[in-house]
Design a protein around this ligand. Sequence first.
Ligand SMILES: O=C(O)CCC(=O)C(=O)O
Length: 442
Amino acid sequence: MSTTCTSLRAALYVYTGAEVVLARTAAVLALVPPAGLPPLEPAASIAAAADVVYDEPGAPMCAIHGPWPGARPDEDACCGASCFRLNGIATVAAATLTASSFEAGYMARGQPVLLDGGDEWFAQARPVLTELGALGRLPGAESETVCVASCAHREFTDQRRDEMTLAAYAEELEQVDDAEMAAAAAAAEAGDAWAAFDALPEPLPDVRYLKDFHYQEAAARRAGWPSALYSHPPHFATDWLGAGCAAEALPSDYSFVYVGPSGSWTPFHTDVYRSFSWSANVSGTKLWILVPPAAAPRLREGIGSSNTLVYDLRAALAADPDLPAVALVQRSGQALFVPSGWAHQVFNLTRVASVNCNWFNHANVADIVLSLARDAVLVAAQLADLAPDLAADEWRALAEQLLLAHAGLNWATFRAILDAVIPRSLPERIILARIRHYIHFP
Ligand SMILES: O=C(O)CCC(=O)C(=O)O
């Protein structure tokens, strides 16, 4: 490793104490295109990307995740798949877990955790999101357009999305019969998540699911909508993406409301930009199946740039019973922390209203950079043919445009997010200044 990388490692280590950031950032430094594109010979760069892509088959998780400081002797010091199969996911009383214990015990280690007892975070949201018909009675709901997923209809890697009004969706929700999910809901009630999984009906009901609803943004523009509907759990407060959105580095926030009937579900996926997410149930019961990052290569389909995770984990689990997956029942008032790269599939066993948020900070910023770098390499490959006919600046602007359309983020917006958080604290300033120095933003 060069001296510059070593000093970057040192600076990051001082702040995070986490090898994970260092290893990944060092890998990223080898990948990110220097100024003056196109710098990378596309075939070679894709091969380079594949070499450091976090989830290539056989990558030892230890190289990425640990060992971490303070690992208990009974824990597998390598945060690999087996560690999660053995240990499952802890449920911890939110009131007894300080933000710094959350950071050291879960966030820095990339370990999921279910925080219990956060009812007060969502007390105000409950009547608005869970009372039947209440969403439809919000002033202007008959003209508020929302996006709903048709759970029985696949479109590429996701469910088909349709636009409808909030009032129409609220009315539709009232008609759904919960009977089909009764057996799975009963197993979950009895505390057996895998039995709930086994009791899921096949096929799942043909219902629609209100997803990715930017309630807070709608409330800011709509008179008469409660604006402080819920607070973000304090454990997740260090949120650079949220700060970037507040500073308008991106057009929309990453804080969502989900409302769906029993039987609605979300296909298997990892989160956008390889961010963290948290998801909290305002009411109702969800069943989550989570797969650690090291196991993701066993769950891919397709080739090249269309190489994605399988759409529905159920078939893959049936074919590979040894797959290291964790099943978890999440009840009202519980908030789940999903670390970067943990793939998940989610089933609503009852009617559910939940709020969730994608976020990143010092603990996973290297994941975001790596994800962006990988997308940038794919974009560079797509545009390689145009390079001889365009000036470098034109080519770079086009690559940035395509990267934004493809990944939802490009180097300019990422930089604007970093700019928004730089004034915060000295350690963050040091890290960000280093990142900005070594990553050559186009
Ligand atoms: O609740 C759901 O249906 C999906 C939530 C999810 O995937 C997430 O919060 O990352």
